[in-house]
Every structure is written in C-alpha cells, then in structure tokens.
Design a protein around this ligand. Structure first.
Ligand code: UDP
Length: 363
C-alpha cells in the first residue's frame, strides 16, 4: 500500500522545510516505518520553481509538484483523482493533507484584503471539500498566533480566546479555523490539527532551502539579511514607542526547522490516534508552535549583528498598520502531547538565515 501525504504550498517557505523533514526524518518505530510519498501542490504564486529541484538534491528523493491553483476546484480534484489511482497495484491511499498554501504578509493583506480573502479562504474550502470526498482522515492546517490579536495576558495558550483580528491576514486565519471546526462536525471520520505558528524564521542547516518569496518580503528577518547583504540600503524598525522594554514590538521567533518537525510529529499523532481510535483525542486539536520567548525587534537586530559580525543600517520608523504589540507562546501542549522540543535559539535562527542569504540569495 503506497501511503501519500499531500502538502499544499510544498515549495513555499515552511512547506519546503516540512517536505524535507518528512523525507529525511520519518518516524521509524516498533518495526514500522512511516515513510510517506510526498505530493506537493503549489502554483508558485509566491514561491520559486527551483525549490523542488533543491529538495531533490538535498534529500535524494523524488517529490512531485502539481502547478495548480487550489482556488480552482476542478483542477485540484484532478490531482486527487490521479493520485488515488496512480499506483500500479491501485492501492494507494492519501492518508493526510498538510495545508500550507496561503498568503501571509500583514501589510500586503492590509493593501489588498479582497485578494487575501479570496486566495486564502477559497483554497481552504476546496481542499476541505476534497479531503472529505476522498476520505482523507488526517488534516493539518497552518494557522497563526495572529488569531489571538492584542492580548492582556501573556504567554498565550491554546485556550486564550481570539481577540480582534488586527489585519485581513489575521482574519483569514480566524475564519479558516472556524471553517474547519464547523466542517469537522459534518465529517466524523476526519481528524484535524490546527498549528498556530508564532514567527517562523531561519533556514535549513544545509542552506539549500530557505525563505525565498517571489514578492518583495515584508517579514523582519529577510529584510534584515537583504539589508546586511547590501540588496537594500536600509531598513526601518516599525515603531519604537510601544509599551515594551525597548519600545519595539515583541514576537516569538521560532526556527523553521523546528516548525517543520512539529508537522511530522503532528502527522504521526493523527495517524496513530486514528488507528487506535483514541477517544481522548478531540476531533480538532490546536497547538501553539513557538519557543515561549518574547524577543523585541531591536533584540532580533542585535542577535543578527552579533552572529554576522555586521552593522545593520537601520532607522527607527513609524508603527506599521495591523501589527500586534507583543505576543509569545505557551507551548506546553505541543511539548507534552506531540513530544515537540524546539531546539534553536534566536542566534542560531539568525545564523542560518544569514548563511542562506550569503550562500544562495547572494551577497
Ligand atoms: N518589522 C520591522 N521592520 C521590518 C519588518 C518587520 O520592524 O522591516 C517588525 C514588524 O513591525 C513586527 C516584527 O518585525 O513587529 C515581525 O514582523 P513580521 O512581518 O516578520 O511578522 P508578523 O509578526 O507581522 O507576522
């Protein structure tokens, strides 16, 4: 039986690291190898087409990518149809879907909310419908800590209620989670994990894959590395008058490879609990993925300057619309239930991002 996992957005930043993680470190225990065939669906809206080649070089394994817009239901259905029937023994099965494919920039979503709602929500609706039609039991959704909004009590745990969404991007994640919760009630045989990422940064240790968006980046770390590499003259710290220890916003930066590992653990968690019909596991389980440490923008810049030995040309600038002031995770649930232990600190995150910038994107 050929078991397959569909990874939407498999050429994107977190998607590509998760593909590599699943191929390199698949679980081998009790004489059973959970080695799945990975199928990516990615239309390169914001990812480079060379990523699949780099994944192959890095892992020595074949990964198929379908260049399909998930907002197109018929085309996406064709992929499911083909993959279910593609094995010569005609006994292949799609055991899971990890749905990454979505746009993720706070400022871009403020500038073009309709596009954000259209892209992030229509694709989710299609993939949910197809997951049910093709009886895919296990589903993982990329959510975000932005669902919490500005909170009074930190750190945030999975039971912290949603605050007001500060941006259209954040709202797509709140609505996406709600859609899944409502949908799950109508589809008893499926189980869902919603992973709320804090701020994924850094690159694979090999520097063969990393963050390489097609659109100009708006996230802090790529802007830092581009500035240090001289590809931007300067950068701004968006707001230095917030009520935080140095006036800049606080985030919980988390290494992308730690995030990728959490997806592999989440797939194993779903598959095992479905196989054992574990009644203690909820049909929809939610996990925060952060280190638990809050870091200010200025502290992140200092960590970069230390590991790169470069002085960054930055200025204190205006606040950015849509920004949450301060957020970091209570990650106990992911640690206890998934057995997830984030390994990297802020300096290692910055070192790997800088290596990726120097080795691949250019200096
Ligand atoms: N940020 C900044 N300058 C930049 C880009 C980002 O000061 O050029 C700040 C941003 O305002 C926020 C933090 O860095 O406080 C993280 O932003 P990012 O876009 O990376 O992630 P977000 O938390 O918004 O999803």
């Amino acid at each position: 039986m050929q078991k397959k996992v569909i990874i939407t957005g498999g050429c994107g930043y977190i998607g590509s690291h998760t593909v590599v993680e699943c191929l390199e470190n698949y679980t081998k225990k009790n004489g059973y190898e959970q080695d799945y065939q990975i199928i990516s669906i990615d239309n390169h809206l914001n990812s480079s087409s060379s990523v699949i080649e780099n994944i192959k070089k890095l892992t020595g394994r074949e990964v198929k990518n379908y260049d399909i817009d998930l907002c197109d239901y018929d085309k996406t259905k064709e992929v499911f149809e083909k993959e279910v029937n593609s094995s010569s023994e005609s006994d292949s099965e799609i055991i899971g879907i990890i749905h990454f494919a979505a746009l993720k920039s706070v400022p871009d979503s403020v500038a073009d909310p309709v596009f954000y709602y259209q892209n992030n929500l229509n694709s989710l609706l299609n993939i949910l419908k197809l997951s049910k039609e093709y009886k895919v039991e296990n589903f993982i959704f990329s959510s975000s800590c932005s669902v919490y909004g500005n909170v009074e009590k930190l750190p945030v745990s999975e039971t912290t209620p949603f605050g007001a969404a500060e941006s259209p991007y954040a709202y797509t994640k709140q609505v996406g989670e709600r859609m899944i919760i409502d949908f799950a009630k109508t589809s008893e045989h499926q189980k869902f994990v919603l992973l709320r990422y804090f701020n994924p940064v850094g690159a694979h240790i090999s520097a063969q894959i990393g963050e390489d968006p097609k659109n100009p980046p708006t996230s802090l770390v790529p802007i830092i590395t581009l500035t240090a590499a001289g590809k931007r003259d300067k950068m701004h710290v968006h707001g230095s008058d917030y009520n935080t220890r140095d006036g800049s916003c606080i985030r919980d930066y988390i290494h992308v490879s730690d995030i990728a590992e959490a997806h592999r653990l989440a797939i194993d968690f779903l598959v095992e609990n479905n196989q054992n019909d574990n009644k203690e596991v909820n049909q929809v389980e939610i996990f925060n993925l952060g280190t638990g440490n809050g870091v200010t923008v200025l502290e992140a810049i200092k960590a970069f300057e230390k590991v790169s030995n470069k002085k960054l040309n930055y200025k204190l600038g205006e606040r950015r619309e849509g920004d949450v002031v301060e957020i970091y995770a209570d990650n106990e649930k992911a640690k206890t239930v998934l057995g997830w232990i984030p390994k990297y600190g802020i300096e290692e995150m910055m070192r790997s991002a800088w290596k990726w910038q120097k080795n691949v994107l250019g200096n």
